[in-house]
Design a protein around this ligand. Structure first.
Ligand code: DGL
Length: 258
């Protein structure tokens, strides 16, 4: 740990991690956040696991020289594929990952039917299968892969008729059997929460892991004495596409209501 290691690096395959960054900024207002979205290579969720791991490691390695005290993998997919490798690679750093908020959903809806919307990689990897096994006696878990959905958010389309149609077709069969909660197991999906809420109905609870991840990051920083007190926190947004458009959409997602 060097005196200049003051940034919290928040990483996602693209724009989704900004939903987590929003929570982090609320919980840690004095911190300096460097957000990096790899939109050039998004989506990660339909790639081979090895490829996701390599892309994630490459992005993180390129940003470490900025002076990073903690890394938040604000991506369920990259966490599933790369968190162990990252922790082994940076043993002296805080490395926080994400997983679908199934534990929370099971606690709140014991005996219920819980839909987990996530990418193919997240749902097929060991991390989620173990989580599902753990809670399968408490509730009925229904995994729902959503290939194609991330692309709408990457394009900044949160309310278009196309995304509505896509979601309706995806959710309708799952909803006919009754659902108690929907877990948004991909950090892109909280941006579609109003639409998902409208399609699922007010009786279905919609949960995501953003707030829990922010609290976990706070706890880890506190435990290591690395918290930066309230005050002049900053956010720097970066993206592998590097175009003015993607940075404009990033800023819009960070600041605007959705
Ligand atoms: N935002 C990522 C997640 O939480 C995945 C998006 C992608 O497929 O690239 O899983």
């Amino acid at each position: 740990m060097h005196a200049r290691d003051e940034w919290i690096l928040v990483f996602d395959s693209g724009l989704g991690g900004i939903s987590v960054l929003r929570e982090l900024v609320q919980v840690l207002p004095g911190e300096r956040f460097l957000y990096f979205g790899d939109s050039q290579n998004a989506p990660y969720g339909t790639r081979a696991t090895e490829e996701v791991r390599e892309l994630t490691q490459r992005c993180i390695a390129s940003l470490m020289p900025r002076g990073v005290k903690a890394v938040v993998i604000a991506c369920n997919t990259a966490t599933a594929a790369a968190i162990e490798a990252l922790r082994a690679q940076y043993p002296e750093k805080i490395v926080v990952g994400m997983e679908p908020a199934l534990k929370l959903a099971a606690e709140r809806h014991a005996g219920g039917r819980i839909l987990v919307m996530a990418t193919n990689v997240t749902l097929r990897e060991h991390k989620f299968c173990a989580l599902m096994d753990r809670f399968s006696s408490v509730c009925r878990v229904v995994p729902l892969p959503c290939p194609g959905l991330v692309e709408y958010i990457e394009a900044g389309c949160l309310h278009t008729p196309e995304v509505r149609e896509y979601l309706q077709a995806l959710l309708a069969p799952a909803l006919t059997d009754g659902v108690d909660a929907i877990v948004l197991g991909c950090t892109h999906f909280p941006f579609l929460k109003p639409l998902i809420r409208e399609l699922a109905g007010p009786q279905v609870e919609i949960l995501d892991g953003g707030a829990g991840t922010a609290q976990q990051t706070r706890r880890r920083l506190e435990a290591k004495g690395l918290l930066r007190g309230a005050g002049d926190g900053t956010v720097e947004l970066q993206n592998s596409l590097g175009t003015p458009q993607i940075l404009e959409v990033s800023a819009r997602l960070l600041h605007a209501g959705f």
